[in-house]
Design a protein around this ligand. Structure first.
Ligand code: ADP
Length: 374
């Protein structure tokens, strides 16, 4: 029986003030992966029961559980601390640190954190039984344009909250957008997140699952902004319309090729200083697509939807729209109105299990790339 817990209100060492990100003490480089000293309280694991395993990531096993006092279903994410010889994994620290700072209807709620006697850290999260990847893959469900608008709106509201608190998510993809039983979409998995601090500080470009990785990251940029998350959301927008991954590169080199075949190879004219980025060399030159080509590619999109997609996936990050500009875009005010969350399509339980088995066997790059260390 566990005897100690990390108080969910007390920030962990390294926690930044979102309004003063330069105070952050953790950094993106592995050299700073020192063992954190968590302040433990006498809170006990008996506050929760673990019922069954519902998933496993690279650094955690996730259980369906219950909060004993309220009977509320919860997800208990038990971090495999034994994996990391120098103490707690940075992903776990990041996830706790940022989720403590971010409270928003479209960001997953961290309810509690506790440690068991074997010193394993457990994150208690709201239980969210579905994700956007499962919905996209369920071809028995037809997406209305109002459904796509609703998921886009909730994703952008969630990321707007992160960005206004100077936090980059750095791993947005459909299976990190979880769906509540009432249809609310919530951004999850903050294991790669970090706060935007000193603009001169080097950041890792080895972030974001490959298919959703912005071109500046593919070119190895060490300085980047919120625009990397906007790119990912643009690619998710495209995937919601196409119902297949939009830019599915087989490896990092192929990802560059797939991206530039779709958007044209960036030149100094359209993206000043692009050629000074570390991995910019010997690229196959593709012409930029015409509006007509994009229109054919996304035949069901309205002009406004296409405009927003183009703004979110500008190759030059400084030309990409911000989350505020995206939320104010006319796409969200033109008809049809976004579907109310509770009326959005849902996956039947059996179907979900089939889709998840399929995903596990397909070698989808998201599993292979999960938890790249930064
Ligand atoms: P990863 O990011 O590697 O998928 P996670 O540890 O975040 O790892 O999650 C592993 C799996 O556990 C997810 O794919 C999902 O099926 C399940 N899961 C994670 N968080 C929740 C949650 N809050 N509610 C329900 N299931 C969850």
């Amino acid at each position: 029986m566990a005897t100690a817990a990390v108080a969910n209100k007390s920030p962990l060492p390294g926690t930044s003030n979102p309004h003063n990100p330069s105070k952050t003490t953790s950094s993106s480089t592995s050299s700073t992966r020192s063992t954190p000293s968590l302040s433990l309280t006498s809170h006990t694991v008996s506050s929760y029961t673990k019922e069954r395993k519902v998933g496993e990531g690279t650094y955690a096993v996730v259980y369906l559980g219950k909060q004993t006092s309220t009977k509320r279903p919860v997800a208990i994410k038990e971090i495999k601390t034994g994996l990391f010889k120098d103490g707690l994994d940075m992903s776990a620290i990041r996830e706790v640190k940022y989720l403590q700072e971010l409270k928003h209807p479209n960001v997953i709620e961290l309810i509690d954190v506790f440690a068991t006697t074997n010193n394993n850290l457990n994150l208690v999260l709201e239980f969210l039984p579905c994700d956007l990847e499962v919905l996209i893959k369920d071809k028995s469900i037809v997406f209305k344009s109002s459904d796509i608008k609703s998921w886009m709106l909730m994703t952008l509201r969630g990321i707007h909250h992160c960005h206004r608190n100077f936090i980059l998510h750095r791993d947005l993809k459909p299976n990190n957008l979880l769906i509540s039983p009432t249809g609310l979409l919530k951004i999850a998995d903050f294991g790669l997140a970090r706060s935007l601090g000193n603009p001169n500080e080097d950041l890792s470009s080895n972030v974001v699952t490959r298919w959703y990785r912005a071109p500046e990251l593919l070119f190895g940029a060490k300085h980047y902004t919120e625009a990397i998350d906007i790119w990912s959301i643009g690619i998710i927008f495209a995937e919601l319309m196409l119902r297949i991954p939009y830019l599915a590169g087989k490896d990092d080199v192929d990802q560059l090729d797939v991206t530039f075949r779709a958007y044209g190879t960036p030149t100094e004219q359209i993206w000043p200083n692009v050629s000074s980025l570390p991995l910019y060399n010997a690229l196959h030159v593709y012409p930029p697509p015409s509006r007509q080509e994009l229109r054919t590619r996304f035949s069901a999109a309205t002009d406004k939807a296409l405009d927003l997609l183009i703004l979110m996936t500008q190759l030059d990050p400084s030309r990409r729209c911000t989350s505020t500009q995206a939320l104010l875009h006319e796409y969200f005010t033109e008809a049809p109105r976004p579907t109310a969350p509770e009326l959005l399509p849902k996956v039947k339980e059996k179907k979900r299990a089939e889709i998840e088995d399929d995903s596990a066997n397909s070698g989808n790059n998201s599993d292979a790339l999960k938890r790249r260390r930064v």
